[in-house]
Design a protein around this ligand. Structure first.
Ligand SMILES: Cc1cc2nc3c(=O)[nH]c(=O)nc-3n(C[C@H](O)[C@H](O)[C@H](O)COP(=O)(O)OP(=O)(O)OC[C@H]3O[C@@H](n4cnc5c(N)ncnc54)[C@H](O)[C@@H]3O)c2cc1C
Ligand SMILES: C=Cc1c2[nH]c(c1C)Cc1[nH]c(c(CCC(=O)O)c1C)Cc1[nH]c(c(C)c1CCC(=O)O)Cc1[nH]c(c(C)c1C=C)C2
Length: 479
């Protein structure tokens, strides 16, 4: 009997177990989750009036191979009729704003609008794109470059400040001056190597994704032109359904309230300590934050630990609001704030515009999410010294007032502090990954590293990277 132990019951751990149980490579798969719920950062709170509040991710983009993989998985899990799509024609897909210089600035969405100067930018956007055409190219072996330096060099510093800076806050809750271009935006990095202009290089590299087998959800997404999607009961429905499907397999055991506190590899595989008891495994899949893995690894794995600890992560505070009235405002997905405008408040999501299906069904209401902290968590601590959920809620409500003019009293407020929730791919991240793989390979450790710490933070990345790694373990493609 051979056993695989998966540490962590978030989307990465559950997808790893799902892909593993498709083969008979292991006769037993044990998923350990330290908390009392599955899903990790994917967490939907349902209010007593049946509104859905997303405390973590809220939508998935069905683009690229990884997006297709999530559609395939959703269909396999029987979730096709539960999908709630956002169409490309919806303002929630096309309209995004930057709150800067005291007002809301719509990001250009039509090619013609690139020709005129649109605040907050000081020049028409096509001028930045001309810069890209004549910009100095760096050799392929040049040292890792920050996203900010790349954008300043290729486009303009103004563009980096007003467009890239908020974008990095809206994906990594991070500082573009510290994030690695190559690790955070590999497509841009590759485009520069391939072409004189990054924009042309990106356009050239657009490949048509084709499913390896019939996928009705993919066909629907193409026909209906989806920009993103969630599920009827919120995004948490995906990990919950995954766990329900896994529980039907007698070879899989999912154990909540099971914290792994020690992990040591030996000649027989691996020995784990779970709630004080010893568990033996032939293979270990770690889906937890890399520095948390470092903290449970035995001293003899110091080489591995030192690289795992080298991947920083940031905390965020998520504040969800529900107002029992219709709040009239410009439609869109939401707005972001550049760090020089308001370091603590990263941005606001207009949830009711994106997923009206998640509003309470019995009366008109409006939901918003304010995201705070990230790389500027210390500034948030200074602004809200108590860091109590109540005070953080008031601080977020103040931002809604200043940035959107909302003065109504919310009927529901849900605030959560998410520690180390977004790993940061800072300069040198690619080297850390190379070192980790090389140690695992050289020492033949029966260890898989999956999860948002390594090769992409999106839900799509987490699921797709879990599949790719499980394929490596079992030595064959898994569909
Ligand atoms: C606020 C926020 C908004 C986001 N928005 C989006 C979005 O809109 N779209 C998108 O695609 N992505 C988004 N993301 C990113 C995405 O949600 C995450 O990257 C992804 O959910 C991470 O999943 P994971 O399984 O890798 O890790 P986690 O969700 O962290 O799962 C790890 C699990 O392991 C458990 N665990 C930890 N230590 C132990 C231990 N020692 N023993 C046992 N169990 C342990 C934890 O309790 C947890 O359940 C967002 C993330 C955040 C935080
Ligand atoms: C704390 C602020 C954050 C907001 N979203 C995230 C954080 C950390 C995390 C996140 N958001 C997206 C992804 C997936 C990226 C992908 O490759 O699919 C992650 C990890 C999606 C996303 N959200 C925004 C953008 C521009 C993107 C990229 C993909 C896309 O174009 O849809 C915008 C955005 N995010 C946040 C806000 C307030 C916001 C506003 C417009 C919050």
């Amino acid at each position: 009997m051979s056993t695989a132990v998966v540490i962590g019951g978030g989307i990465s751990g559950l997808s790893s177990a799902y892909y593993l149980q498709k083969t008979s490579h292991f006769s037993k798969i044990l998923v350990l989750e330290s908390s009392n719920r599955l899903g990790g950062w994917m967490k939907t709170v349902t209010t007593p009036q049946s509104a859905k509040l997303e405390m973590g991710p809220r939508s998935v983009r069905p683009v690229g191979l990884a997006g297709l993989n999530t559609l395939l998985l959703s269909e396999e899990l029987g979730l096709s009729d539960e999908v709630v799509p956002v169409l490309r024609s919806s303002p929630a897909a096309s309209d995004r704003y930057i709150y800067a210089n005291g007002k809301m600035n719509a990001l250009p969405k039509k090619p013609l609008s690139l020709l005129t100067k649109k605040p907050p930018f000081s020049r028409p956007l096509f001028r930045y794109f001309l810069n890209d055409y004549v910009a100095r190219k760096r050799p392929g072996d040049a040292p890792d470059e920050s996203a900010y330096d790349f954008f300043s060099r290729r486009f303009d510093e103004d563009f980096a400040k007003y467009a890239l800076d908020p974008l990095c806050r809206g994906i990594f809750a991070g500082d573009c001056r510290q994030l690695s271009l190559k690790s955070c935006f590999p497509m841009l990095h590759d485009a520069e190597l391939r072409s004189r202009s990054v924009i042309i290089g990106m356009l050239k590299n657009r490949t048509k994704v084709k499913p390896i087998r019939k996928c009705q959800l993919f066909e629907r997404k193409q026909a209906e032109k989806w920009a993103s999607f969630s599920f009827r009961n919120g995004l948490q429905q995906l990990p919950y359904t995954l766990s329900e499907v896994l529980k039907q397999n007698p070879n899989v055991e999912i154990s909540k309230h099971s914290s792994c506190s020690d992990l040591e590899f030996n000649d027989d595989g691996a020995k784990l300590t779970v709630n004080g008891e010893s568990v033996q495994a032939d293979h270990v899949v770690s889906s937890i934050y890399s520095a948390d893995l470092a903290s449970i690894l035995a001293d003899k794995h110091e080489d591995l630990r030192s690289f795992l600890k080298n991947i920083p992560a940031v905390d965020t505070v998520v504040a969800c609001f529900e107002f029992d009235e219709e709040i009239k405002m410009r439609p869109g997905f939401g707005h972001l704030t550049p760090s020089f405008v308001n370091s603590c408040v990263l941005g606001v999501i207009y949830d009711s515009c994106t997923f009206p299906e998640h509003d309470r069904p019995d009366k008109k209401s409006t939901r918003f999410t304010v995201m705070m902290g990230g790389s500027w968590f210390d500034d948030l601590k200074k602004a809200v010294p108590s860091m109590s959920n109540k005070d953080l809620g008031h601080f977020a409500l103040d931002a809604l007032k200043t940035q959107l003019g909302i003065t109504a009293k919310p009927s529901n407020v849900c605030v959560e502090h998410l520690p180390n929730c977004i790993p940061q791919y800072v300069l040198g991240h690619d080297n850390v990954l190379k070192n980790l793989s090389s140690i695992i390979e050289k020492q033949k450790l029966p260890l898989s590293l999956v999860g948002s710490s390594y090769k992409g933070p999106s839900v799509n990345d987490c699921i797709n990277n879990a599949r790719l790694e499980m394929e490596r373990v079992v030595g064959k493609p898994l569909q």
